[in-house]
Design a protein around this ligand. Sequence first.
Ligand SMILES: Nc1nc2c(ncn2[C@@H]2O[C@H](COP(=O)(O)OP(=O)(O)OP(=O)(O)O)[C@@H](O)[C@H]2O)c(=O)[nH]1
Ligand SMILES: [Mg+2]
Length: 326
Amino acid sequence: MIKETFVASDPVSAYEQAIKKYGNNVTLVSAKQIQHEDGKLRSEIVIEVAKNLFMEKSFGKVSARNTAEEVKKLFLNKGISSVWLEMMFESLEENSILEDKPLLVSYLIEEIDEALKIKEEDLSSPKVMMLVGPTGAGKTTTIAKLAARYAYLMDRPYKVALLNLDNYKVGAVEQLEHYADIMQIEHVSIGSTDEFKKNLERFSDYDVILIDTAGMSPYDTRKFIKTIGFVSCDAAKKIEVALVLAATVKYEDMEDIYKNFSFLNLSSVIISKFDETKHFGTLLNFMLLYKLPMSYFSIGQEVPDDLMVADKEYLLEQFIGDMDEN
Ligand SMILES: Nc1nc2c(ncn2[C@@H]2O[C@H](COP(=O)(O)OP(=O)(O)OP(=O)(O)O)[C@@H](O)[C@H]2O)c(=O)[nH]1
Ligand SMILES: [Mg+2]
């Protein structure tokens, strides 16, 4: 048992304080009047209470607050935004999970897991897929990997055609042609929306048409307008637009990229350059706040090997690995 002293202006109020803290689990040990430094009389009571109850009532809240702060800091340092964290912690108020650090960490990771979205790979019906993104993000390399995957590496060979809308960059045609030739995949370079429509029709019985586009900075209005023209040329089949976003981009840039490219009605995000960073907090945070479905991860330069279908577990493992190092 633990003894604790309560002081108030009269003995009843002092006792009420004790009851308020512990309920009816207290035993009165003594009560007396004392003279305070200011000369006034006060009532002091001493009660006895079970040790575990004393620990819980006196330190439980403090330790919960400390654990919560520690965990919050950990996630903040890893790039998860305070907006999201505050939202999570608000919903946990008074919850005993706040006193258990490992449990709290796994709870938050589970919440992240639930909030992340995946766009499942689906080739059950013919598809037209256009890759867009900033300069050098990895669009052309990813197109080559996807082409190889669909044509050769799946349950059955799918019929693939490549269209190239990039006639800005010197060597862009050759770069995609080079891959197409090796894989013996049909490849056409396109200059106008008319040509684009004609070729979508020409390959309409193909399983997959992959479309490469010119790299655009989010501020490159001219290229944007041109690409929007292609996307909205009312082709017979819906064009799925995938944004290629490098995992290495910093948060503010991710937001700018997303805001500008979202004009193209994005259906998924392909995360590239997964192998070039160990810090995935920024990317996770971006995904948490914008809730974009992820379709593929590009994990290196090798065509066709360094590509995987988007996998939440894999992404979270990288994130946790990075947290564990601290
Ligand atoms: N480490 C690493 N490098 C990559 C990855 N994907 C692409 N790259 C490299 O990034 C560079 C640019 O790749 P591209 O595929 O040409 O990029 P792009 O988006 O087509 O570029 P632009 O057409 O100029 O806008 C090349 O050197 C690629 O080998 C990746 O997942 N990891
Ligand atoms: Mg390219």
